[in-house]
Design a binder for this molecule. Structure first.
Ligand SMILES: Cc1cc2nc3c(=O)[nH]c(=O)nc-3n(C[C@H](O)[C@H](O)[C@H](O)COP(=O)(O)O)c2cc1C
Length: 171
């Protein structure tokens, strides 16, 4: 959401979790796009898990459209009010995080020359998880059917029950 309250929505596969205490997640914008520009001003954003059922809508939100275009409307997704930040959440997404920006870092190459890419880090200040995905207090990734961007042209992968295996970390 920008300073004027206009919504913005886009997929970011250069994304990860980076810290568990406090919970810090981040994503990288290749180019100064609407999402990073909005976060730079408002210091807030919302992350929504992309799942198989909303993958086409997620893809639609990546269209290069003018700043004024609300990608929620473009993709037919529903706005859900957040608890602690102004940007809306995606109602159709079963896992959403409300985030407060902690750092905005411009990347640089091996010679220290700044490149047109910015990492946005945010502390997760509110977590929303659909209760159907939690059993005995544990969140089950596969039940959400999240999607991942693969290589190639338009290739994606879906996480489902058969893709899960267990492994214990060494002491
Ligand atoms: C699956 C998918 C993942 C993407 N991941 C990124 C990414 O990590 N970083 C990036 O800069 N653009 C990424 N893009 C492209 C942006 O979503 C696209 O440029 C979008 O228009 C940016 O919207 P914004 O200007 O509203 O932020 C991705 C596109 C798709 C379809």
């Amino acid at each position: 959401m920008d300073e004027g309250g206009r919504s913005n929505l886009a997929p970011y596969s250069f994304f990860n979790a980076f810290c568990d205490e406090p919970h810090i997640i981040g994503f990288c914008s290749n180019g100064w796009k609407d999402t990073v520009a909005n976060v730079a001003k408002t210091r807030q954003f919302v992350w929504n898990l992309a799942t198989r059922s909303i993958a086409p809508a997620m893809n639609a939100t990546s269209a290069s459209v003018p700043h004024e275009v609300d990608e929620f409307v473009l993709a037919g997704l529903t706005k859900l009010t957040s608890c602690r930040v102004k940007p809306y959440r995606v109602q159709e997404s079963p896992v959403t995080f409300e985030c407060a920006c902690t750092q905005l870092v411009q990347l640089q190459d091996a010679h220290g020359v700044p490149v047109e890419a910015w990492m946005v880090f945010g502390e997760v200040i509110e977590v929303h998880i659909d209760k159907s995905l939690i059993t005995d207090g544990v969140y089950h990734t596969a039940q959400a059917h999240p999607v991942l961007r693969g290589g190639g042209n338009g290739e994606y992968a879906e996480i489902h029950a058969e893709a899960i295996f267990s492994m214990q970390a060494p002491d």
